[in-house]
Design a protein around this ligand. Structure first.
Ligand code: FAD
Length: 528
């Protein structure tokens, strides 16, 4: 881009967001252009609007200058969603749009700015004995509500209430020319934000769009009472097939709030990565105690955890963990009994430490290095109906068998996580890890958290190359089996898989909402 035009735009943007809201520092521009997967181009500037008016003005000015606008929430996604494709781009950092605007207890709605994190929202709502049905990905300590809606997120509350999109009522979205579009009941003249549908579902077209159709500015979510009683179940299975049957049986009943699982390697890794310091133990104990409905239950949970220890996990094999909640002990007991009966046909019950700890402290931070080794890891996922799960697993295992020797040579390992989504879908998430130096993304967090600790690790280019190959083949397996993917970003083959007859509609939407094609170019694989 012409230097004069670029500096004119930057001056204009500084006029809109102030000197504090325009970041030109090289290290930060580099970091904001990088996700766990890596980096393409470097952003020209990081722009932080502090209000929706500023957000609109930033988009309008960038459109006039033909400069791409790439939104970034918490930056916790790993499919190049906010990667910079073209050098004439700015990164729109949503972190200052972080106000919880209204908790409306009468109407059971909450309206937030898009940069609010799930953890911040959950903290506020817990104080009012409320929750959103879906209450975040495990990365919710940094992941924003806007970023999660842009690419769909699953996990907390997903067995009971589906994914992020299923909790959304209305949106205010900034289109590619800076205009503000309201959806659902709010799209009527003087409309109120309380209902998803008013005519065609325009809210839906902006969910899972990866920011290619609009920038989510304000979001209204549905609320429900936070159920005071919660209890947990864990099961161990001898094979993946038994785990899949067990999880599907529990999910189909619709009694679980969360239902997730791990393969043995993933469990082992979780145990190794866990902070075993006394300080960390105290934090968990405090959280478990606070999560219990009363002090007696809190003391009971803690003593059970201490007595049980963790050694049982060493031989647990495939494990599945269930969280059930309700308005009374009786309701929770009934749900647990149903889930126990369903899963016991395939596996055996084990102590419920994992779901108890996760329920009390559900939001993880970016994984930190372990003293003895640095491993990079990139997750991938596919969502399938229950009747395709075993076939999918078989194909992924055949792939790993094909590359077994290379994986051993280059120290590439796999671990897999599973999640039930509502009563009808299974999320299969293999993570490939390999010994390597920290990626630029991780190094940023290490610098902050591990200042002063020397990190020694060797470059592993062969490992990286092998992981890239395995990921390409895994994505193909997902496509061939009919899996869908959530965080499509610029990585998963979405556009290639889209039916020819459906393509013109999506292209027409893109052309109308973003006539200059400045919104997150390359997202969803849409043609320029
Ligand atoms: C430790 C860890 C645990 C994780 N656990 C889960 C999990 O349990 N479930 C899960 O689904 N995922 C999980 N993830 C992946 C990821 O964190 C989530 O998908 C999360 O929702 C991303 O939110 P974010 O704010 O970080 O989005 P970002 O990574 O910042 O952005 C994601 C996409 O949304 C776009 N975008 C961001 N904000 C907006 C906006 N306001 N308007 C329009 N577009 C926007 C970006 O351009 C990008 O394409 C995990 C990641 C990590 C590192």
């Amino acid at each position: 881009m012409n230097q004069n035009l670029a500096s004119n735009l930057l001056t204009q943007l500084q006029g809109i967001v102030g000197a504090d809201g325009l970041i030109l520092d090289d290290d930060l521009r580099n970091f904001y252009s990088t996700d766990i997967r890596g980096k393409c181009e470097t952003t020209m500037a990081i722009v932080q609007p502090g209000s929706v008016n500023e957000l609109q003005a930033v988009v309008a000015a960038s459109a006039a200058a033909n400069v791409a606008v790439v939104p970034r929430g918490g930056g916790a996604s790993y499919s190049s969603g906010y990667a910079i494709n073209t050098p004439a781009s700015i990164t729109l950092d949503m972190s200052k749009l972080n106000r919880i605007l209204e908790v409306n207890k009468t109407n059971s709605t909450v309206t937030v700015e898009a940069g609010v994190t799930w953890e911040a929202l959950n903290k506020k709502l817990t104080g009012c004995s409320l929750r959103t049905p879906f209450y975040g990905p495990f990365s919710g300590g940094i992941a924003t509500i806007g970023g999660s809606l842009a690419q769909h997120a699953a996990s907390l509350g997903s067995a009971g209430f589906g994914i992020s999109a299923d909790s959304v009522l209305n949106l205010d979205v900034v289109a590619g020319d800076g205009t503000l579009i309201s959806t659902g009941s709010k799209s009527a003249v003087d409309g109120i934000n309380f209902f998803r549908y008013f005519g065609p579902d325009l809210t839906g077209i902006f969910l899972g769009d990866c920011g290619a159709l609009g920038i989510k500015a304000r979001i209204t979510l549905r609320l429900m009472p936070r159920r005071a009683y919660r209890s947990f179940l864990s099961f161990s299975f001898e094979s993946f097939e038994q785990l899949a049957d067990g999880m599907a049986s529990v999910a189909r009943l619709g009694v679980a709030d969360c239902c997730f699982g791990n393969d043995p390697t993933c469990l082992e890794q979780m145990m190794r990565a866990q902070d075993t310091s006394i300080e960390a133990g105290k934090i968990i104990a405090k959280a478990v105690f606070a999560d219990a409905p009363n002090p007696v239950a809190g003391a009971w949970r803690l003593s059970k955890m201490v007595l049980t220890g963790q050694s049982f996990l060493k031989k647990a094999g495939y494990t599945c963990h269930v969280i059930c909640d309700g308005h009374s002990h009786a309701e929770v007991r009934q749900k647990l009994a149903l889930a126990r009966k369903a899963a016991s046909r395939y596996g055996r019950k084990i102590p419920n430490t994992i779901p108890m700890v996760i329920s009390s402290n559900p939001y993880f931070s970016i994984p930190q290095p372990m003293a003895e080794e640095i491993r990079r890891g990139i997750p991938q996922h596919g969502v399938v109906p229950f009747d395709r799960v075993k076939e999918l697993h078989g194909k992924i295992q055949s792939l790993y068998n094909k590359y077994k020797k290379d994986m051993q040579s280059y120290d590439v390992r796999t671990e897999t996580m599973f999640s039930a989504i509502s009563t009808h879908a299974f999320l299969y998430e293999p993570v490939l890890t390999w010994a390597d130096t920290p990626s630029e993304f991780h190094a940023h967090y290490f610098r902050k958290e591990f200042a002063g600790i020397a990190i020694s690790a060797k470059e592993n280019p062969n490992g990286r190359e092998l992981v890239a190959q395995l990921q390409t083949e895994t994505a193909r397996i997902f496509s061939d089996i009919g899996a869908i993917n959530f965080q499509l970003g610029k990585t998963y083959p979405f556009w290639e898989r889209y039916q020819e007859d459906s393509k013109p509609l999506l292209l027409a939407l893109k052309a109308t909402l973003d006539p200059k094609g400045i919104l997150n170019p390359g997202a969803l694989g849409l043609p320029a």
